[in-house]
Design a protein. Structure first.
Ligand code: SF4
Length: 289
């Protein structure tokens, strides 16, 4: 059923990984379409874009970050526009991915790291994600979910119990700006955040600062209030806030995909501007980087 490993270049500093090097992929020609769909529904099989071994991003320690394919949002600043369609990923068995996780157990325990599921949007494939999280916990590996929270309702309580940390991207604080940035509604993200707080899951809030798009003081203040609200539901929930300055590293990907990129002329925020926004979060008592 499995084809040989896909050998691609070593991971680079591109945001998404460089491919599925070393992880076996399923040859679609060898599996009947209805079987494949059934395997995806059960979580045995997932659509995976790539993976990367990283340190000091995507959670604590050295992490195996796995980028799943498919996303319901269309963020104007999307740094991984090549992960948006589920069909663009490669079919990977949960067991094969877990074998890779097992291989890195030594690195994870030496660095306090683990696995991070990212994307795309992980919660487009909740059954697959659930299996990976469960399998990682059985291996004693720290688990992180990087999500917009828009599909938070897809996450079962069992999945959350297998999740040590959620990187919750709050892409804007007010409904209108959120819709302009993502094409979707903010409310599901806030509902998911509250559920995480009530369930005792640790959260790192992430906010991408884009001049002219998300940097309006009222919008920033609203994101900070949402983060502080989570903290008030259960103190200690929001371990940190990361204010991420917008960058243009994805511009070439947008061009290669032939998609209109509205932020072509947008400059990254200045270090002073980014620091001023961090201060807004700190004023709410939040540890902010
Ligand atoms: S949620 Fe992430 S992957 Fe999806 S469009 Fe937004 S930035 Fe891109």
């Amino acid at each position: 059923m499995t084809a040989g490993p896909v050998l691609l270049d070593a991971p680079s500093r591109r945001r998404a990984g460089a491919g599925l090097r070393g992880i076996e992929t399923v040859d679609p020609a060898e599996v009947d379409r209805s079987d494949r769909l059934a395997m995806m529904r059960s979580g045995e099989l997932g659509s995976v874009h790539s993976w990367e071994l990283v340190t000091a991003v995507d959670g604590p320690g050295t992490r195996l970050t796995v980028f799943l394919s498919g996303c319901p949002l269309r963020c104007l600043y999307c740094h991984n526009p090549d992960t948006l369609a589920m069909k663009d990923g490669e079919p990977v068995l949960a067991d094969d991915l877990l074998a890779r996780v097992a291989r890195y157990r030594g690195i994870f325990s030496a660095t306090g790291g683990g696995i991070t599921l990212s994307g795309g949007e992980v919660l487009m494939q909740p059954a697959f994600a659930g299996r990976i999280l469960r399998g990682a916990k059985e291996l004693g590996v720290h688990t992180t979910l990087d999500t917009s929270g828009f599909l938070g309702a897809n996450a079962t309580d069992a999945m959350l119990d297998d999740t040590d940390l959620v990187l919750l991207d709050i892409k804007s604080g007010d409904e209108d700006t959120y819709r302009r940035v993502t094409g979707r509604s903010l409310a599901p993200t806030l509902r998911f955040g509250r559920r995480l707080a009530e369930r005792g899951v640790t959260v790192w809030v992430r906010f991408v600062l884009v001049p002219g798009l998300t940097d309006d003081p009222a919008n920033v203040a609203a994101v900070a209030r949402h983060a502080a609200d989570l903290e008030s539901v259960r103190p200690g929930t929001v371990e940190r806030v990361e204010v991420l300055p917008f960058h243009q590293m994805a511009r070439d990907k947008w061009a290669a995909l032939g998609r209109d990129y509205e932020l072509d002329g947008t400059e990254p925020p200045t270090p002073e501007g980014t620091e001023a926004v961090r201060e807004v979060f700190r004023a709410h008592g939040l540890t902010t980087y």
